[in-house]
Design a protein around this ligand. Structure first.
Ligand SMILES: [Zn+2]
Ligand SMILES: [Zn+2]
Length: 164
């Protein structure tokens, strides 16, 4: 056990609701914790999902305020915007927040959720050249061509004539 850190005995609450009085009494806090993905199921648009999340926090006290710097990282499952295939993606996001030392509870969970929701990768592509789905039969064109007629496959065929 590392007893050199004054925070070594601090048990990070799983729901990430920190008592301001604890942090003030300790003169600040540096800690990290794994968050159960079950607590984050409502954060991303389905079928996107957080699979793993670790949060690192640094609370520092400046007169009547607490400055919170946080980093959250892990793995998420993201749907390709074109072909709808699911892929795993590592992520790392940061947030900064201040709150008054008079606040009773510092709700880090809602900061984590906000950060994850705001940084959701809605234009994610499984590969830069993803061919997407056939608009007619729905086949994933990365897996090969379908039997639909070529002219009906290209939305650019119409545009080409238009701009000539
Ligand atoms: Zn794709
Ligand atoms: Zn097709």
């Amino acid at each position: 056990m590392n007893s050199s850190s004054p925070y070594a005995q601090y048990d990070v609450p799983q729901n990430l609701q920190f008592k301001t009085s604890d942090i003030v009494r300790m003169g600040g806090l540096v800690c990290s914790a794994q968050i159960s993905p079950q607590l984050l199921t409502d954060v991303l648009e389905k079928p996107n999902e957080i699979l793993k999340a670790t949060v690192s926090l640094n609370f520092s006290i400046a007169s009547h305020e607490i400055l919170i710097r946080g980093k959250i990282e892990g793995q998420r499952r993201i749907e390709c915007a074109r072909c709808l295939a699911l892929a795993q993606q590592p992520y790392q996001e940061e947030f900064v927040e201040t709150c008054s030392t008079k606040t009773e509870i510092i709700d880090i969970m809602s900061l984590v959720k906000q950060t994850l929701a705001l940084t959701e990768d809605i234009r994610f592509l499984c590969q830069p050249e993803c061919k997407g789905l056939c608009p007619h039969c729905g086949k994933n064109l990365n897996e090969g061509l379908c039997n639909c007629k070529p002219e009906s496959l290209s939305p650019f065929a119409v545009l080409k004539g238009k701009f000539k």
